[in-house]
Design a protein around this ligand. Structure first.
Ligand code: HEM
Length: 367
């Protein structure tokens, strides 16, 4: 699709996609303009989730959540991420076979979100099962609604479970994310029960499959750039740069959706109140006006201002965690497994839902 995007950036940078009744914004500069102007390009969905909220409510919620979801909470997870990655790799090595998506990319972030939400280890299997059911709708897009009832049921169980957990933490606060969320206070204002529950759920929608796709899509990057793999194996300190470039070139999130609150223009294109648009990160991240030699995969690219984590007021709150998980998982993967090849007897399965781009299976052979 690179050729098409390049052509669209040059000739038709704001384009109405009739199939989805939505405008696509292809250029980097236009993307930033949209993401920096929430008064004209709104995220509001009327729900208690921070992702679907505009200022001023968004500022308050973001402040409250940032007080709880701190660099310290994330840094504390480093040991846990290493331990879990090693356990997952041990199991794969013992079996002598591995599907990177099923055996590493999904279970790692699911376990880390469980950890963040204070789910005890004996309830972790259940939590991961719920997570898979709840997020399956977004994973497989429309059309796969056969399980709708099951999903609603699981959603209810999830909410009931976390309502109880919240109650426990209220009575006996701990040094963890949930307690900090409950106690977070900006000028006497706190998160209400709906907002707390909604944040627990949002962690799944925002932090699970996205991070899984970062690890999974890295496999595509590795397959296409074996020289980079050798370099990274000898120089793990290059991994953070590689992750930024994987996010730019093999991004998991197609873009951010907004709706127009008042008649406006982007460049020459008129937009009407009520129009919906999607900022196409997968095009903006290749904009030649912003990135030198954009089609080159360059792990030393500096600066690398991709918008795979968004931009502006809704910039991804989980970016430090996603980067940490990616760095640890991919470095351990390269250090512990050798002669990794994709098992070509089995087909490569990918899923491109409306928003998310990723693999559902990546079986490998290794020594
Ligand atoms: C917001 C991408 C991982 C939590 C966002 C946005 C993007 C994004 C593009 C902005 C959406 C918008 O402007 O409408 C990603 C990617 C990830 C990732 C590519 C992995 C590679 C995570 C993780 C967490 C997380 C691990 C938490 C555990 C959030 C939250 C927001 C958000 C809470 C909403 C922030 C706000 O509305 O102010 N993410 N994310 N994300 N992300 Fe992430």
């Amino acid at each position: 699709p690179h050729d098409w995007y390049r052509q669209m950036r040059a000739t038709n940078p704001v384009y109405f996609e009739p199939r989805f009744h939505i405008w696509y914004v292809f250029r980097y500069e236009d993307a930033l303009r949209v993401l920096n102007d929430p008064a004209t390009f709104s995220s509001e969905t009327g729900q208690p989730s921070i992702l679907g909220m505009d200022p001023p409510r968004h500022n308050l919620l973001r402040n409250l959540i940032s007080r709880a979801f701190t660099p310290r909470i994330v840094a504390q997870l480093e040991g846990k991420i290493t331990e879990i990655t090693n356990e997952l790799l041990d199991a794969a090595i013992a079996r002598g076979q591995m599907d990177v998506i099923r055996d590493l990319a999904y279970p790692l972030p699911a376990t880390i979100i469980a950890e963040l939400l204070g789910v005890p280890s004996q309830e972790r299997e259940m939590f991961i099962r719920w997570s898979n059911i709840i997020t399956a709708g977004q994973r497989f897009g429309q059309g796969q609604t056969a399980d709708d009832e099951g999903r609603k049921q699981t959603d209810r169980e999830f909410r009931e479970y976390f309502a109880i957990k919240l109650e426990e933490h209220r009575r006996q606060p701990d040094d963890d994310l949930m307690s900090s969320l409950i106690l977070a206070d900006v000028d006497g204002q706190r998160l209400n029960q709906e907002e707390l529950l909604s944040f627990c759920r949002l962690l799944l929608f925002a932090g699970y499959e996205t991070t899984a796709n970062l690890i999974g899509n890295a496999m595509l990057a590795f397959e296409e750039h074996p020289d980079v793999v050798e370099e990274l194996r000898g120089n793990p300190e290059l991994m953070p740069g590689a992750i930024e470039e994987i996010l730019r070139c093999y991004g998991s999130v197609i873009g951010a959706v907004r709706h127009v609150t008042t008649d406006t223009h982007i460049g020459k294109q008129a937009l009407k109140r009520g129009d919906r648009l999607i900022v196409r990160a997968d095009s903006a991240n290749y904009d030649e006006e912003q990135f030198h030699d954009p089609e080159r995969f360059n792990i030393r690219r500096m600066p690398n201002r991709h918008i795979s984590f968004g931009h502006g007021l809704h910039y991804c709150l989980g970016a430090p965690l996603a980067r940490l998980e990616g760095r640890i998982a991919l470095n351990l993967f390269l250090q512990r497994l050798r002669n990794v090849r994709r098992n070509e007897d089995q087909p490569l399965e990918g899923v491109r839902s409306f928003f998310l781009l990723g693999l559902t299976s990546y079986p490998i052979i290794f020594t």
